[in-house]
Every structure is written in structure tokens, then in C-alpha cells.
Design a protein around this ligand. Structure first.
Ligand code: HEM
Length: 364
């Protein structure tokens, strides 16, 4: 959807960090594309599968069953963002406290009401505050603000990338800060607060998604109906490990890949609607003659939608609605990903990481 020019809606104002727009919360595609181009190389498979980046993940996987999947996700993500300043929440209680603070932050309910219904929010806010507080993550803030200031993080980390693209001078006044903040969107550079905001955003984006996805998948694999899949997966991993130096890297294990894809298809960690605005231009391409008259909107599935209309897709439905692509869609069946027939249709309909330019940068 994004590659054809749909901007994000102001729904994403709910997620700004330290008053800054991050890559995730940037609304317009040009500003977003500039920032994404800078950060994307640290999330490329070639960067992730390299020695020091992978070693940290392997080290953590040895301890992950000891405590919690979210702690494992937290430690892996912070390793990738900050190494050697990543957390060790699987074994260190103060790091675990930060993980719990981010994971159990329920302020989104409060923020959703304020976005969708400001009038109701004004009335019920005092009551709502009893159930869902404003975003308060002081431990995570301290950790991120301290860590984002480190200048010697390993080369493969996101932090190193942001330091490479730091603003040459810090702002002295609020006006200067506003100007730089605007410019950072333009030039793609980062000041200290941008780097901290971007770090907190990626940290939060990686913990619950990865932790929940692993949790749902392990639950499914533990069910009697899926034990034969669990056994096949175990066999593939053991056979591969037995090959010693000839073992394939994890991203080339076919059944493992099929199991993960099917887990994310059945139980997408972000199943909800992701809103976008219908653009008024044929962004990035010249309209065909028959499209000229629609240049102030788009036709989707035969319906004309004027520019500015808010549309959305959500993984839960996309993964179930076309039964020619995903037959028997509620059944967990990794084998569907191994069939050669319909492979490109399945991949095109896979929406757990969204898709296009605003899709998940951390999906590798
Ligand atoms: C199973 C794991 C994950 C799932 C299912 C997932 C899913 C998603 C989805 C659906 C989006 C689009 C959100 C939207 O349009 O509002 C997204 C964006 C994003 N994700 Fe993930 N994610 C996962 C893991 C991660 C990890 C590990 C990181 C980083 C360490 C990460 C960082 C991000 C960022 C920064 C964005 C915003 C990208 C942009 O706007 O250009 N995600 N993710």
C-alpha cells in the first residue's frame, strides 16, 4: 500500500517519542523514506547474520527458556540496537524490571480513547486514569537516554548508524532545536533526542511483537494436534546441528521458516488495522491515461475512494479472507508454505509485518 503513496494518518501522533517523530511515526512518505534509507542497512539480513550480531542472539537463546519470551526478545533487540550496552534481563533483575515496564505499559488504551473520541476522553479521563495511565516508563527512559549517548557501540548496531549521521552541533535554544528537528526530517540526521526517541521506538516495537509471536507459536506447537510438526522441527534442527561446520545458517532451514511463517500467519502479533490516507497523486509513477481522472483518489477493489479517505488493512483478516490462497485458513499447517504452487500469492498475502515502504524494518 505504501509504495503506491499512501501516507500514515495522524493516528500515529499517539506514538511520538519525547515529542519527536521517529521513522515509525513520520506521516509523509518523503520524510519517512529519507530516514528509513539511513537505518535500513542495520536491519539487512547481511548485517544481522554476521558474526558479532548473530553471536549475541545465540548467546541469549541459550538462556531464553529459563525465564520469559519477552525478556529474550528484549535482550536480543537491545543487543542489536546497542551492543555492548544491550540488556541481560534473562539473568539481571534490574534489566528485567525495565522489560516489564515496557511490556506492561497499558497507556495505549488511554491514548486510543483520546484519539478516537476527544470529547468522551475529556469526560472519562479521570475515571480512565484509574485503569490506564499516561505513558510512564521512567526506567526505560533512563536506560535509553543514557545508552543512546554512548559513542562506541558496535558497528552493526542501530546506535552506531545514528551516531554516524549525528547533527554536527547541538541546539542551544528551543528555536534552534525546533529548526534542527525539522531539518532532521529533511536531511535524515539525528540529534541526541532523535537517537533516543528512535531507539526507544525500535525497542518497544521489537519486544512485544517478538515475545508474543514466540509465545503463540510455542503454544501451538505444544498442542497434541501439532506434535508431529514439533517433532519434524526438532529433527530438522538436530540433523542440521549434527553437520557441524557444514550446518546451514538458520535462515536457510526450510521447515523452520515454514513453521515461523505459519505461526505469524495464524497469530499475527499486530492483528489490528493500520490506517493510511488515500493519496491525491499517483506517487512515484506516471498515471496511465485511464487513471488520470482518478488522480484525486484511488480505485480499490472497484470502489472509488477520494483522496484523504482513511483506509486500512489488518493482518488477521488478510490472512484468512482468500481461501484460494490460504485454504482452511484457521488450521495451523506449516506445510502450506512448502508447496511450490501458489508460493508468490501466499507471500504477497502475508501481512504480519505489513508491507511496502512502511512495513516492519525488523522483520529479518
Ligand atoms: C514478530 C516480530 C514483529 C512483528 C510481527 C512486527 C510487525 C510490524 C508491523 C505490522 C509494522 C507496521 C506498523 C504500522 O504500520 O503501524 C512494523 C513496523 C516497525 N517495526 Fe516491527 N515487527 C516485529 C519485530 C520488530 C523488531 C524486532 C523491530 C526492531 C528491533 C521492529 C521495528 C519496527 C519499526 C522501527 C517499525 C516502523 C517502520 C517504519 O515506519 O518504517 N519490529 N512492525
Amino acid at each position: 500500500m505504501d509504495q503506491s503513496g499512501y501516507d500514515k494518518t495522524d493516528f500515529y501522533d499517539l506514538f511520538t517519542v519525547y515529542g519527536r517523530r521517529t521513522m515509525f511515526t513520520t506521516l509523509d512518505k518523503e520524510t519517512h523514506a529519507r530516514r528509513r534509507r539511513i537505518l535500513a542497512d542495520r536491519y539487512a539480513n547481511s548485517n544481522i547474520m554476521r558474526g558479532p550480531a548473530l553471536a549475541g542472539i545465540e548467546e541469549r537463546s541459550r538462556h531464553f527458556a529459563e525465564l520469559s519470551l519477552h525478556a529474550y526478545a528484549f535482550d536480543c533487540v537491545t543487543h542489536h540496537l546497542f551492543h555492548p550496552y544491550g540488556t541481560d534481563s534473562l539473568r539481571n533483575e534490574s534489566d528485567a524490571e525495565i522489560m516489564r515496564e515496557v511490556t506492561f505499559d497499558d497507556s495505549i488504551q488511554n491514548r486510543l480513547v483520546s484519539f478516537y473520541s476527544p470529547a468522551v476522553y475529556a469526560i472519562v479521563n479521570p475515571v480512565l486514569a484509574w485503569f490506564a495511565k499516561p505513558r510512564e516508563t521512567p526506567l526505560a527512559d533512563d536506560f535509553v537516554l543514557d545508552t543512546a549517548a554512548k559513542t562506541d557501540a558496535a558497528h552493526f548496531t542501530l546506535l552506531a548508524r545514528m551516531h554516524e549521521r549525528q547533527h554536527p552541533y547541538p541546539p542551544d535554544t528551543k528555536d534552534e532545536e525546533d529548526r534542527l528537528s525539522k531539518e532532521s526530517g529533511m536531511s535524515g540526521g539525528f540529534d541526541a533526542l532523535d537517537a533516543a526517541a528512535e531507539s526507544l521506538d525500535h525497542m518497544a516495537a521489537g519486544i512485544d511483537t517478538t515475545g508474543d509471536a514466540l509465545c503463540f507459536l510455542m503454544w501451538e506447537l505444544s498442542m497434541p494436534r501439532s506434535l508431529h510438526f514439533q517433532e519434524r522441527l526438532r529433527r530438522e534442527l538436530l540433523d542440521n546441528a549434527a553437520k557441524g561446520d557444514d550446518a546451514l545458517p538458520f535462515d536457510r532451514l526450510l521447515f523452520l521458516d515454514a513453521v515461523i511463517m505459519e505461526g505469524l500467519r495464524c497469530f499475527p502479533a499486530i492483528p489490528m488495522s493500520l490506517p493510511r490516507v488515500v493519496p491525491d497523486q499517483h506517487w512515484g509513477r506516471t498515471p496511465r491515461a485511464d487513471q488520470q481522472q482518478q488522480s484525486n483518489g484511488r480505485v480499490i477493489d472497484g470502489f472509488f475512494l477520494p483522496a484523504g479517505t482513511v483506509v486500512s488493512s489488518q493482518a488477521y483478516s488478510v490472512h484468512r479472507m482468500d481461501t484460494t490462497v490460504f485454504p482452511d485458513p484457521d488450521t495451523f499447517n506449516p506445510d502450506r508454505w512448502l508447496a511450490s504452487d501458489g508460493d508468490s500469492d501466499r507471500k504477497r498475502s502475508f501481512f504480519a509485518f505489513a508491507s511496502g515502504g512502511r512495513g516492519c524494518i525488523g522483520k529479518q
